[in-house]
Every structure is written in C-alpha cells, then in structure tokens.
Design a protein around this ligand. Structure first.
Ligand SMILES: [Zn+2]
Length: 240
C-alpha cells in the first residue's frame, strides 16, 4: 500500500476503534469504563489505551502495539489486556477485531462459571454448539491470554471466569455485533436458569443450525417474477 494510502487507512481504523468503544459504552456493555477494543493492523494491532474515558479519546490516543509488544511512537499506554488481544491475532487468522467487555449478564454467568449451552439455536452465531467459558486467570497476564486462546479454539466468542466476555470478528462492527449477541443470549439464559429446567438442543440439531448459518445470506435472491407473469396470464394486465 502506498504510504499516503496506508496513513489514511490507519487514521480511519483508529477512528473506527474509537467509535466501537463509544458504542460499547453507550449501549451499557462496558459499565464503569471496563473493556477494551482492538483491530489488527500491520504486524500488530491498534488498541484502546488504559485508564482513559472513551469520550475523551482522539485518534492519536489509540496505541499501536507491535507483535513483540513494543509501542513505537505511542503517547499512551495500551490497555492492560493487550496480551490476550495479541494472542488472539496470533492464533486466529480470521479475526481482525476483538471486543472485550464486562457486560452485565455475560459477567454474571462468567462469575457463576457457567458456559452457555445450546439452550437457544442462536448460540451458533459464535461459531459452535455452545459459548465456552475460559478458566480464571489474573487480568492482564499471559496466563489469561493462554486460557482465552485455548478456550476460543474454533469459537468466535467466549465468557471469561469471574471477569467478562470476549467477541472477535472479521471487522470491528462484526465483533461488536457478536458482543451484543453474547450479552443478549446471556440475559436469556439467566432467565431460563431462574425458571428452572433448561432444554438444550442436541448435537445433531446444532449441526443442522451451524450448516444453515454457514450458508445463510449467501443464497441468490429469489427473482420477483412469478406474480407479474401470473397476473399477465389472467389477461387483466393487458394494458402492458
Ligand atoms: Zn476485563
């Protein structure tokens, strides 16, 4: 990419990281300024800084963290959770964005150390038959990064014991959408747990759902031709 285009692309990505963090905060997904957002960039990532209100962020506050952990040219300190963001980019080539937050219902389940089973077919949106739970490790440590990537495996999202949730995606928009879905499913699952018995869909049904999700939205649109031609055949539209 020519230098001028690369600079413009980086500026745009920095703005999208800020917009994503603001949306996360505005929607109540990251109470008390919890959470952080990053996007893959060059051989590292652009990530929100530690300890700053999202409302005050400017493009230059977003920190570029190289794969080796250095922060060339940065004026801010990156989020203390950059380890697991880095570990995700290293192990999941399809992930270009990571959203981490302590959204209320996902965090409640995570604190009860309950992964989300297939109580609703929509759990397939995270790419598997459940939304797994990463074992507990202290925040900001390489141990937590290891626990997260081992748990994510083929899943695009997970809960984190006694902590919160992580959602990944090909874009920042997709990762934020998934974080919203995980929070919604968590709230619904909490309601189901309070009602009593949980009816979990079996593996065969979830295989079917995953297959449908894999092809959903990729079907050619139905051509809207059948009705006009039928009308014509009645002779009532002969003016055409
Ligand atoms: Zn956190």
């Amino acid at each position: 990419m020519p230098p001028r285009e690369a600079a413009a692309a980086e500026k745009a990505l920095r703005r999208t990281v800020i917009a994503t963090a603001l949306a996360m905060s505005r929607e109540g997904l990251s109470p008390g300024r919890s959470g952080n957002v990053s996007a893959r960039w060059r051989t590292g990532m652009l990530i929100t800084p530690t300890g700053m209100a999202y409302e005050t962020l400017a493009e230059e506050d977003i920190v570029y963290v190289e794969d080796n952990g250095s922060t060339p040219g940065a004026t801010r300190v990156p989020s203390s959770e950059w380890f697991f963001h880095q570990a995700i980019y290293r192990t999941k080539p399809e992930a270009n964005a990571v959203v981490h937050c302590h959204s209320p219902s996902a965090t409640s389940l995570a604190c009860a150390r309950k992964p989300i089973p297939a109580f609703h077919y929509m759990v397939a949106i995270a790419g598997g038959k459940d939304i797994p739970l990463a074992p507990y490790a202290t925040f900001g440590t390489p141990e937590l990064a290891r626990a997260v990537v081992e748990t994510l495996g083929r899943s695009k999202a997970c809960l984190m014991a006694n902590h919160g949730q992580i959602a990944t995606g090909p874009t920042l928009e997709a990762a934020l959408d998934l974080a919203r879905e995980v929070e919604m499913l968590s709230r619904q699952y909490l309601d189901v747990l309070m009602l009593g018995e949980v009816h979990v869909l079996d593996d065969a049904e979830m295989e079917r759902v995953l297959l449908k999700f894999a092809t959903y939205g990729q079907q050619p649109a139905q051509p809207p031709v059948s009705r006009p031609s039928r009308r014509r055949s009645t002779g009532k539209t002969s003016k055409h």
